[in-house]
Design a protein around this ligand. Structure first.
Ligand code: 6PG
Length: 622
């Protein structure tokens, strides 16, 4: 259990009484925030004057220092009004976890109490201003202060014995997130089935973690009852119908105000449906995109929460605690938008991930014509030192070094790529929304094509090609790679922007790139740069810097494509990057021909360049 507890609420709610009583029962020293006020503040208050935030700052900082030092020894139970979120932020600055206890009561009740107290330096007339200032925390334990001190104390202790957070499903990702939370000092209950391959998972988890803050359950009801209210439950189960089954099973044990978070790669339309159906039951549903794989989940993932904003606010402090931190130390987590927005953004993240991975696979194929794995790895590592640096480039350089006996492990891996669906969903959404995300789709198709291994082997036998072993120009290849990476991100962000407009999500692309700057699979220097550039607006094609780099690096593309044609290497993502850019930068396209054909056989009509755009024309074709 936590050894730093702050009992908070407006003056007169009974903070000191309850703090003292908790202190006696829990054998944790009690401290009163009033004892830490600078003299000037005490004088001001006794004159009946309200303190300003400026007055409070040194006081809150002193309390923060006191809590930090006591956290390392016996702990402390602090009675402190802590009315505003900002005050609580200062109080808890650089402290992993504090157990907040909010004593709530009506204005009339507390007024009556204050009026009967003689030795308190606060004038009862200031109470109204306290209520006006109060920002009720949406976390921590809340107890009604009308009850007797004995009942309140017992209720707080009972609640504190419960876990702050629940995780349903402790497969690879669920387990890693649970360990991440426990590591941050959060008490966690985990639930898992105890059947088949999942037998003894909970038992083993508890054995492995050996942490007093962890509790494990194989009965759903017990799991739910082990959680502090409002209950915060993260579902880490396979995306699809399973999520609906789990929701149906768990909801009967929940109460109004509880929060369910789906941390799987669910389809955003499913998330939207779940947000709305659970809203009717007063349950907050948060669709949480989680990226970073097992290691990210354990050490700090990138988190993309969407759905119920009220629900998000209740869990934000926990998500921020476990999320990766950006270069300024801020959590790579922020509310993305309503309904399925969080999962939509995660889906596009995966689409970008697919194309980034495919580009690296294509580079590996191109470079393999003349270079050893060792040399290719060296080239990638060198690129990774500069602006092209990314997690995927880094791991690709490592993969090329991996040996099994005398062989390169890569040569022992069958060349058939799998997928779990998010990449193709991203392309389907792009088709639905009318956004050309050609690179992502090419990457999905490349995976599909790879799966026809037998056909490929058969057809390869009769290929007539000349042996070409030209050395690749690495500088041009690097520029082409830079070009394609930029187009990939631009296409992905364009898809998010179109969804934002279509669904009225009001998404912030710069903030999304910041969330992707650390912890996730597509984290890179480029994304950090994009986050800055997009502060000026959501359209990358309005950035002089981006346009300049695309025009400049475009000149390397014909060389790389020509090399691929001559060496007969399939590089669909590079092709698509170039094709898209050429089409986007062509003033007069060939679509006039398409319109003419449509009108010829189907009388679909066309607009004319010499007439108003809202007028449609049909021609009697001869
Ligand atoms: C992440 C990954 C992760 C996983 C996807 C894609 O961000 O951590 O995107 O979610 O890699 O499920 O997997 P597939 O390649 O199997 O589709």
């Amino acid at each position: 259990m936590n050894n730093l507890i702050v009992v908070m609420g407006v003056s007169g709610c009974g903070k000191s009484t309850i703090g003292n009583s908790l202190s006696q029962k829990m054998k944790i020293p009690f401290i009163d925030a009033d004892d830490f006020h600078p003299k000037a503040n005490i004088e001001k208050m006794s004159r009946g004057e309200a303190l300003t935030d400026k007055d409070r700052l040194p006081w809150l900082q002193a309390l923060n220092a006191e809590l930090k030092s006591r956290g390392k020894s016996d702990g402390a139970i602090l009675a402190c009004s802590a009315l505003k979120e900002e005050y609580r932020r200062i109080l808890s600055d650089n402290i992993t976890t504090i157990q907040w206890v909010f004593l709530e009561g009506s204005f009339d009740l507390i007024k009556k109490r204050i009026e009967t107290r003689s030795n308190h330096f606060m004038d009862a007339t200031l109470l109204q201003s306290q209520f006006d200032t109060l920002e009720i925390p949406n976390y921590g334990i809340k107890v009604n202060c009308e009850k007797s001190p004995e009942d309140i104390t017992n209720e707080i202790i009972r609640e504190m014995q419960k876990s702050a957070f629940g995780i349903f499903g402790i497969g690879v990702m669920g387990k890693s997130l649970a360990l991440n939370m426990l590591d941050k000092g959060v008490s966690v209950s985990v639930y898992n089935r105890n059947e088949g391959v999942e037998k003894e998972m909970v038992e083993n988890f508890l054995k492995e973690t050996d942490n007093n803050n962890a509790a494990g359950f194989t009965e759903l009801k017990d799991f739910v009852q082990s959680l502090q209210t409002p209950r915060k439950i993260l579902l880490m189960v396979k995306a699809g119908n399973v999520v609906d089954v789990v929701i149906d099973n768990i909801v009967p044990f929940l109460e109004e105000g509880d929060i369910l978070i789906d941390g799987g790669n669910s389809h955003y339309k499913d998330t939207e449906r779940r947000v709305n159906s659970l809203k009717n039951k007063q349950i907050h549903f948060v669709g949480l995109g989680v990226s970073g794989g097992e290691e990210g989940a354990l050490k700090g993932p990138s988190l993309m929460p969407g759905g119920s904003e009220e629900g998000y606010n209740c869990v934000a402090s926990y998500l921020n605690l476990i999320a990766a931190k950006d270069e300024n130390g801020n959590p790579c987590c922020n509310y993305i938008g309503p309904n399925g927005a969080g999962h939509f953004v995660k889906m596009v993240h995966n689409g970008i991930e697919y194309a980034d991975m495919q580009l690296l696979a294509e580079l590996y194929a191109l470079l393999s014509v003349t270079k050893s794995y060792e040399e290719i790895s060296g080239i990638f590592s060198k690129w990774n030192e500069g602006e092209l640096s990314s997690y995927l480039l880094e791991i690709t350089a490592k993969i090329l070094q991996e040996k099994e006996g005398n062989s390169n492990l890569l040569d022992l891996i069958l060349d058939k790529a799998g997928n779990k669906g998010t990449g193709s969903w991203s392309s389907v959404s792009a088709l639905e929304l009318g956004v050309p995300t050609t690179m992502k789709t090419a990457a999905v198709y490349a995976r599909y094509t790879s799966s026809f291994k037998e056909t490929r082997v058969k057809l390869s036998k009769d290929v007539r090609s000349s042996e070409i072993n030209d050395e690749m120009n690495i500088d041009l290849l690097e520029r082409a790679y830079d070009f394609a990476r930029t187009i990939n991100l631009q296409q992905g962000l364009q898809l998010i922007q179109s969804a934002s407009e279509e669904y009225n999500w009001n998404l912030n692309l710069s903030e999304i790139c910041r969330i992707w700057s650390s912890g996730c699979i597509i984290k890179s220097e480029k994304i950090k740069a994009f986050s800055e550039i997009l502060k000026a607006g959501n359209n990358l094609f309005e950035s002089k810097e981006i346009l300049e780099s695309l025009h400049e690096n475009e000149t390397a593309m014909p060389y790389v494509i020509d090399y691929a044609l001559k060496t007969r290497i399939s590089i669909p993502c590079f092709y698509e990057a170039y094709n898209y850019w050429v089409a986007m930068t062509t003033e007069q396209s060939s679509a006039n021909m398409i319109q003419a054909q449509r009108d010829f056989f189907g009388a679909h009509k066309f607009q004319r360049v010499d007439a108003e755009q809202d007028k449609m024309f049909h021609h009697n074709w001869s």
